[in-house]
Design a protein around this ligand. Structure first.
Ligand SMILES: [Cu+2]
Length: 143
């Protein structure tokens, strides 16, 4: 191949890389449509941070074999909500400060949680006993 041909090919490769990176690829957590959060037995949420539009729905799936839940709270309320849920076997449904979510999800169960709260930054926590305390938390941005 002559030198001109090599430059041409290098140019195509560079353009392809730019176009692919502009599209964001896979693993995008910024989408407001089709956001899914998995709860894991490693006591983590996957992903550990999401951004959604107010009024949109998050699909929460328990991908572990333990119970988990997905509870949206203000950061200022998270420790208290986690504490109060312990007295209810981990269920956070109906507790003061719970902005969305709450019910316990059994292994393999899913729920759709509608995020009807004003734009801002929040937390999502798992209030099953020991999980929040082990760091099962995520960051939610509503825009
Ligand atoms: Cu959990």
């Amino acid at each position: 191949m002559n030198l001109k041909g090599r430059f041409w090919l290098a140019g195509i490769a560079l353009m392809s890389a730019i176009i692919l990176s502009a599209c964001g690829g896979t693993g995008d957590t910024g989408s407001s449509a089709g956001t899914t959060v998995n709860t894991l037995d490693t006591l983590k949420f996957d992903p550990a941070a999401i951004t959604v539009a107010s009024g949109s729905t998050v699909a929460v799936k328990n991908s572990g074999i333990q119970d988990h839940n997905f509870v949206v709270v203000a950061a200022a309320d998270e420790a208290r909500v986690a504490e109060e849920a312990l007295a209810k076997g981990g269920d956070a449904t109906g507790l003061s400060g719970v902005l969305a979510g709450g019910p316990i999800l059994k292994a393999g169960a899913s729920e759709n949680v509608t995020i009807s709260i004003p734009a801002g930054t929040y937390r999502y926590i798992c209030t099953v006993a020991g999980h929040y305390q082990a760091g099962m938390v995520g960051d939610l941005t509503v825009n």
